[in-house]
Design a protein around this ligand. Structure first.
Ligand code: ADP
Length: 729
């Protein structure tokens, strides 16, 4: 190889090496640059980390100081808490999950004074043992181990119920233990001695007050009872005195005495009942009774005021509701007398309707009975309704002040119905009228219940002539349920215009707007309808019996009409309509002139009452005999064969109920029923229960009223006896 070639080769090699060097240098500087950037980033991160570390360090410092502050605060709080716990008079303790005492305040520990064992670490069961063995707790009748077991069982419950224990020194402690989530128990032992003593004192004071109240009520009840007997004499005598010749001034005095006496008797009766309820002396005496009859008796009792005020008293007794129930008839009657009496008292025109409905229980042995008394009276303002059932509460306003009353009636009614397990309600609209009602559930009694008869086509079409729409509706409902077609008329002239051959019977109200029932009967006779049976409905049958036109009609039904009475009358008339030769109506015979005197027996032991009764009937054409007790009454029933008996209930030797029961027993043989009217001091008092179940037919309360006595006699005058009063002719 030439030199030149060698040189060229070397130059090329050098150039290659130089290029290589250059390349490596470039790579190196690039690597340097990367390194530089990396170092820069690292430096920055280190800086940041250093800053973070600074911050955390700062924070740590703060937390540390906060913790110190917090600890200090906790310490203070704990100290204060414990101080407070120590200060309270009640015991306070903590137990751990194993029921060992952690800590307790002085009050808690003071109970165990002298027992060093009671200190943190002691178990709850040991505390119980110490309480009994050291005689700290008064166990009463319980023995120690029973008591410990019972307390231990209580302690083991998740939420132990509070327990009151009595300590040896008579202090009462209420233990309240609260279990926490970790099983720890906080125990509070509250000293309730003061409140227990206070409660006992209160109870004793209440007992004393109640006893005093009962004694007061018993005293009032006795007093009222004692006042009532002479009052009956006073009222009865003034009634008689008022019939003797007197000048105007004397009459005014006597009437004032009588009216005041009667008003006083009403008040006394109310006070007597209320006192009895208050003195817990009032007990219900359930027995079998006839609800419908009970209501009718109340209606009869109130009939004189109804008549005087020109009102109409109606009853709508659900046709399919039984009448025999088991309850306290005296008290049911009292409630009805209050409600119906109020309805009559607070109504000046229109009517009072007693509506009785009922639903039998599914067991068929009870009935829910609803009795509502609707009136068209003065009504009650809405804001007064709430308070009328309270004691001595009356609606105080102009219109109301004219009515007398004690304001006790509704309070007694409510108490009685509540005692019977029922409820009372009232709806009223001022100026429109009121509806008072009550609901009671009574067991149905065994016995024949009146069932609406099927007229079986005997009376196809009955005409009802009645001006009062509500009574028209009641009769229409009752008659159509019996299968009759009903033609209703509101007046006598409407009846005359609607009359045709399809009518089988006319049921006519006596007091019609255009003519009375007897005038209608006379007109019918004149127009050739003499054979068409006509029955008059009247609240005052005596007036009809006393009228000569009475012979034109086929009977009188006393309003409100008992269902059984309506049924039997319709059945009788229906049968007569089918019979080719109708039998004479017995009522016609009553008009025969002369005949023997009606015999009336009065069983009454009290001389004053005998005198009153004798004077009251002195103008009647009857034969009156007295019996001084029940035994004499039964004897007189044989010897005298009375047509009517007035029977006092409380009599010596044999009382009125026993005498009546005896007479009824003997009647089974004779088959003849003599009407017996109970005369009793206070119809509603609980001691009169059983009167009706003893077989008495009617009920009159003392003081006796001449009008009612006369009415009773007139209503029961048998056929074929001489007229009782001159007008009866
Ligand atoms: P009394 O009738 O003796 O005043 P009650 O307790 O029977 O007492 O009645 C309380 C009051 O309720 C009555 O004074 C009267 O204001 C009102 N009241 C009761 N029944 C009726 C009624 N049917 N219509 C209007 N107000 C009545």
């Amino acid at each position: 190889m030439s030199l030149a070639q060698k040189l060229a080769q070397e130059r090329r090699a050098r150039l290659a090496a130089e290029r290589m060097l250059e390349l490596k240098q470039a790579e190196l500087s690039s690597a340097n640059r990367k390194l530089g950037r990396h170092a820069m980033a690292l430096t920055k991160r280190i800086g940041e980390t250093q800053a973070e570390v600074e911050t955390v360090r700062g924070e740590n410092e703060k937390v540390k100081s906060d913790l110190t502050v917090a600890n200090a605060k906790i310490e203070v709080a704990e100290r204060r808490l414990w101080h407070s716990i120590q200060t309270i008079q009640d015991g306070f303790a903590f137990f751990d999950g194993d029921s060992r005492l952690i800590s307790a305040n002085t009050a808690y520990l003071s109970v165990f004074e002298g027992l060093d064992e009671v200190a943190p670490g002691i178990s709850y069961s040991r505390i119980l043992e110490l309480l009994t063995s050291e005689g700290i707790v008064d166990l009463g009748a319980e023995n120690a181990s029973e008591w410990c077991c019972r307390m231990q069982r209580r302690w083991s419950r998740a939420n132990p119920p509070p327990e009151v224990i009595q300590l040896w020194n008579g202090q009462y402690i209420r233990l309240i233990d609260q279990r926490g989530s970790g099983g720890d128990v906080v125990s509070l032992a509250l000293n309730i001695t003061a409140s227990v003593r206070h409660e006992a004192e209160l109870q004793a004071a209440r007992d004393r007050a109640e006893a005093a109240n009962r004694a007061k009520s018993a005293f009032l009840a006795n007093m009222s009872h004692e006042i009532r007997t002479p009052m009956n004499g006073i009222v009865g005598m003034t009634e008689l005195l008022s019939e003797t010749p007197m000048d105007e001034e004397q009459r005014l005095y006597v009437n004032t005495i009588r009216n005041s006496g009667e008003a006083l008797l009403v008040i006394i009766n109310d006070v007597l009942d209320y006192s009895k309820i208050e003195a817990d002396k009032l007990i219900l005496h359930p027995e079998q009774f006839d609800l419908e009859r009970c209501i009718l008796e109340v209606a009869m009792l109130l009939q004189p005021s109804v008549r005087d005020k020109g009102l109409t008293l109606l009853m709508d007794y659900d046709l399919f509701l039984p009448t025999l129930f088991v309850g306290d008839p005296g008290r049911v009657r009292q409630v009805l007398t209050n409600l119906v009496g109020n309805a009559v008292k607070f109504t000046t025109e229109g009517h009072v309707l007693i509506r009785v409905t009922g639903v039998p229980h599914p067991d068929q042995q009870h009935c829910d009975i609803h009795i509502a008394i609707e009136d068209t009276g003065i009504g009650i303002e809405a804001d007064k309704i709430g308070h009328i059932f309270g004691e001595f509460n009356q609606v105080e306003d102009e219109r109301n002040r004219q009515f007398e009353g004690t304001g006790l009636g509704l309070a007694i009614t409510k108490r009685l119905i509540t005692m019977m397990g029922g409820t009372v309600w009232v709806e009223s609209e001022l100026g429109q009228g009121s509806c008072f009602g009550f609901r009671i559930s009574l067991p149905t009694a065994e016995g024949p219940q009146p069932v609406p008869p099927d007229l079986d086509g005997r009376l196809k079409n009955v005409m009802v002539v009645e001006d009062l729409a509500v009574n028209r509706a009641i009769l229409e409902k009752q008659l159509s349920r019996m299968g009759a077609e009903v033609t209703v008329c509101a007046s006598g002239s409407e009846a005359l215009s609607k009359l045709d051959a399809s009518i089988d019977l006319i049921l006519c109200d006596h007091d019609l707007p255009d003519m009375d029932g007897l005038e209608l009967a006379t007109t019918l006779k004149d127009r050739g309808w003499a054979d068409l049976p006509l029955v008059i409905m009247s609240a005052n049958p005596g007036v009809i019996h006393a009228n000569a036109a009475r012979q034109l009609i086929d009977g009188v039904l006393q309003k409100p009409i008992p269902r059984a009475e309506l049924y039997s009358r319709l059945i009788a008339l229906g049968s007569a309509a089918l019979s080719p030769e109708p039998t004479a109506e017995p009522e016609h015979e009553a008009l025969v002139e002369g005949g023997r005197l009606m015999r009336v027996l009065a069983a009454e032991d009290n001389r004053t009452n005998q005198l009153i009764l004798r004077k009251m009937v002195k103008d009647l054409n009857i034969e009156l005999r007295f019996a001084g007790n029940g035994i004499e009454a039964v004897e007189a029933y044989h010897d005298f064969a009375p047509d009517l008996i007035f029977m006092d209930i409380s009599m010596p030797k044999m009382d009125g109920k026993q005498a009546t029961a005896e007479i009824r027993r003997q009647e089974v043989e004779t088959g003849h029923h003599v009407p017996i009217v109970a005369l009793t001091a206070h119809a509603m008092a609980g001691d009169d229960q059983g009167i009706l179940s003893a077989g008495l037919d009617h009920y009159l309360t003392k003081p006796l009223h001449k009008k009612l006595i006369h009415q009773m006699i007139l209503d029961h005058r048998p056929d074929g006896t001489a007229p009782i009063t001159p007008e009866t002719d």
